[in-house]
Design a binder for this molecule. Structure first.
Ligand SMILES: NC(=O)C1=CN([C@@H]2O[C@H](COP(=O)(O)OP(=O)(O)OC[C@H]3O[C@@H](n4cnc5c(N)ncnc54)[C@H](OP(=O)(O)O)[C@@H]3O)[C@@H](O)[C@H]2O)C=CC1
Ligand SMILES: O=C(CO)COP(=O)(O)O
Length: 356
């Protein structure tokens, strides 16, 4: 059996990977990050900051960056997957032969696999085997790398089907400025983190069009309603969406200038094309792929997701954003709450029963 030392491996060398490395190394934990590009690894190792993805945040000496994925993963007590969601399967698969049998496996990406429409926990189970679900944890919640990297007070959530794994991740990340809650609802936590990016693109578009705070609040609140509807259909606990991975992350992503999704939306609202907006942001804009996936999931599960549908038309069918706003505002009358409230009562106990 491989020796498990204190090292933690972080796969990915973008803004979130870097912020998590700074957080963990600040606790005295040795961290090895994997970058796929030798140039980026060399730049970070020599300048002690990731000037491409998180400039101005300096890395403690305990962080090393390496391009050899097997060396980074071997003997790590925890492996954190911090690549964009479209790369999760590929990077997970590459890591599997080298994992220590007892390593905690933590996914920090927020997305849904576009072709398969699988949440990342299902991608994980397919690649690593269901028997490894007991060491799989998803990390989510309102946590911009720019603020975590600078030690600003932040609260997040870790979810696992296995309480011991969730608590181990809680213990790993928790500091005086990074507060970590546990949740048994893997489906809810990962869907909340993924789907809020669609709404952040939408609020960005509203800002870019020159609309105000009422519009933003309407999109956030009705966005949460449709996120909850899809989450329910996919087996999530609706109460999770009232927590950090739901409304918490929705608030931060829809209102912060750090949000790449919101920034891309602003560019689109001001008249840029999707590809111009993505180029302007220069980092991953997860909500684009997630919009396509959620649009298809809504069809599959027969769930009404009007904001997602209009976002799909704007992003992929060239609909002018103003027309999407008119479409949303001219929908027929609806009741606000009944469907979600009823389902919440029915599901109240469900997710907690199996949390061992
Ligand atoms: N940034 C944030 O504040 C937060 C981000 N997240 C989530 O974390 C995940 C990663 O995002 P983030 O760090 O922000 O992204 P960035 O755009 O900052 O960085 C992306 C990183 O992933 C690498 N990468 C891209 N494609 C691949 C691939 N196919 N194989 C291997 N590596 C790849 C990039 O390498 P290269 O430079 O070579 O292209 C780069 O190191 C996303 O799912 C995001 O939603 C979650 C919470 C907070
Ligand atoms: O998920 C995030 C903060 O919690 C990051 O959001 P963006 O990807 O929009 O920057």
């Amino acid at each position: 059996m491989a020796v498990v030392n204190e090292k933690v491996a972080i796969l990915g060398a973008g803004s979130w990977a870097t912020a998590l490395a700074v957080l963990l190394a600040g606790k005295g934990i040795p961290v090895e990050m994997w970058a796929r590009r030798a140039g980026l690894a060399a730049q970070i190792n020599s300048e002690r900051q990731n000037s491409r993805y998180l400039p101005g945040v300096y890395l403690p000496p305990g962080v090393q960056v390496n391009v050899d994925l097997s060396a980074v993963v071997k003997n790590a007590r925890a492996v954190i997957y911090s690549v964009p969601s479209h790369a999760f399967r590929e990077v997970l698969r590459a890591s599997l032969p080298y994992l220590s049998p007892r390593a905690l496996l933590i996914n920090a990406a927020k997305g849904i696999e576009e072709d398969s429409l699988l949440p990342l926990s299902r991608v994980f189970a397919g690649e690593a085997g269901e028997e490894n679900n007991s060491r799989y944890v998803v990390l989510s919640g309102p946590s911009h790398a720019e603020e975590v990297g600078r030690g600003m007070p932040t609260a997040v959530v870790v979810a696992s089907r296995n309480m011991a794994a969730a608590e181990a991740a809680q213990e790993l990340f928790m500091t005086g400025s990074f507060r970590v809650y546990t949740n048994p609802d893997v489906a809810g936590v990962e869907l909340g983190g993924a789907l809020k990016n669609i709404i952040a693109l939408g609020t960005g578009i509203a800002d870019g069009l020159g609309f105000g705070d009422n519009t933003k609040a309407a999109l956030m609140t009705r966005g949460l309603a449709e996120i909850t509807r899809l989450g329910l259909a996919m087996g999530a606990n609706p109460l999770t969406f009232a927590g950090l991975a739901g409304v918490g992350d929705l608030i931060v992503t829809c209102t912060s200038m750090h949000s790449r999704n919101r920034r891309a939306g602003i560019e689109i609202g001001r008249g840029k094309s999707l590809s111009e907006a993505i180029s302007a942001v220069q980092m991953v804009v997860e909500g684009v792929r997630t919009t396509r996936a959620a649009y298809r999931l809504a069809g599959r599960y027969g769930v009404e997701m009007p904001i997602t549908e209009q976002m799909y038309r704007v992003l992929f069918e060239g609909m002018p954003p103003r027309e999407a706003v008119i479409n949303l505002m001219s929908r027929g009358r609806r009741r606000e709450m009944e469907e979600v409230a009823l389902a919440a009562v029915q599901l109240r106990e469900k997710n907690y029963q199996n949390y061992k």
